[in-house]
Design a protein around this ligand. Structure first.
Ligand code: NAP
Length: 325
């Protein structure tokens, strides 16, 4: 397992980040523990979660994957310093008017709840899950900066920010001399390129932000289990994945399959992850396997890199359509 600096920081994280959104949702707790233990034994030190996972599922109060991580760490006596814990704040956590957003009030309450659920006294990377158009960025950043000074948070990052909001945040941190976002968690994969590539990639490169892309397998589409005219896939993710069904993407899967065969029998998902791992702007794709079998498949991408020619083949097959303005 290779370890990479998270952007300009001195923090080293594994080249694969273990996503945990599926824990307590599509993966039960025993399976989640087994995946976490094998990930840890394989050298993965970087875990991503959020205070709202998986509140959208019936009967799930949210924060369940944070609790599963705590239970696993306690049961297996995992030394706290050997894990880089990343969680998020922003989503709805209750019924009150202040139970969501990036106000000082909600951040200060949410961090305490996440610390309790995670069973720790500090979070390595505290991320704003998506922007809050109703709260001044200075209010959000100064609350996060206070948490850094209180020792409750080590680094701060953001997710799902458009370029101008990210630039505004970097500028505000610089202007006020306070902690700045050191990572971005964007939605990025071979079938969802434009959002990150249009401008965010250049911002991250220029200002030294770590990049930890989520949904690197497009929720399962980039595994090849969904096929044109193929049999129905039974999965909680199947409905969301349908957005990728297009002639262009079926052809992309065929190109990836060929490339995998030429590289000695690599799976389509390993090729999808290797494409991200071969890009110097990317720190660690966040994987989200639901079973041990899926985990072992995803893990097979560790250390896998593509040559310039191989990258070109994938680039040609997946390039976003040019938009005219
Ligand atoms: N910041 C954000 O807004 C945001 C949003 C989403 C996710 N995330 C983070 O990113 C992580 C990963 O996201 P994701 O779950 O969307 O990642 P993904 O890698 O795109 O999708 C993972 C899903 O694909 C399927 N899959 C994976 N490997 C497979 C294999 N070898 N064979 C067949 N199916 C396979 C499984 O779904 P099924 O088996 O159920 O079909 C699995 O749960 C999350 O856990 C979370 O930490 C962040």
């Amino acid at each position: 397992m290779e370890y990479r600096y998270l952007g300009r920081t001195g923090l080293k994280v594994s080249e694969l980040c273990m996503g945990t959104m599926q824990f307590g949702w599509t993966a039960d707790e025993p399976t989640s523990h087994e995946i976490l233990s094998t990930a840890f034994d394989s050298g993965i030190n970087f875990l991503d979660t959020a205070d709202i996972y998986s509140r959208w599922a019936e009967g799930n109060p949210g924060g369940v994957s944070e609790s599963i991580i705590k239970n696993w760490m306690q049961k297996n006596k995992i030394p706290r310093h050997q894990i880089i814990l990343a969680t998020k704040v922003r989503g709805v956590t209750g019924d009150g008017p202040n139970d969501e957003g990036l106000s000082r009030v909600h951040i200060m309450k949410s961090v305490e709840e996440s610390l309790t659920r995670l069973g720790t006294d500090y979070i390595d990377l505290y991320q704003t899950h998506w922007y809050d158009e109703n709260t001044p960025i200075e209010e959000t950043l100064s609350a996060l900066d206070d948490l850094v000074h209180q020792g409750k948070v080590r680094y701060i990052g953001c997710s799902n920010y458009p370029t101008w909001r990210l630039m505004q945040a970097l500028w505000a941190s610089d202007k006020h001399g306070i902690s700045r976002y050191d990572s971005l968690q964007p939605h990025y994969s071979l079938v969802h390129r434009e959002e990150f590539e249009r401008e965010l990639a250049d911002v991250c490169r220029t200002f030294g932000l770590g990049v930890i892309p989520y949904s690197p397998l497009a929720g399962g589409f980039l595994t090849g289990k969904y096929r044109a005219g193929g049999k129905e896939v039974i999965s909680h993710r199947a409905k969301g994945v349908q957005r990728y069904f297009s002639q262009k993407n079926w052809e992309l899967l065929a190109v990836m399959e060929n490339l995998g065969n030429e590289k000695g029998g690599k799976s389509i998902s390993q090729i999808a992850l290797a494409w991200l791992l071969s890009d110097p702007v990317i720190t660690s794709p966040i994987i989200g396997p639901r079973t041990m079998e899926q985990f072992h498949d995803n893990l097979g991408a560790a250390g896998l890199r593509l040559s310039t020619d191989e990258n070109q083949i994938l680039d040609d097959a997946s390039r976003p359509q040019k938009t005219t303005s």
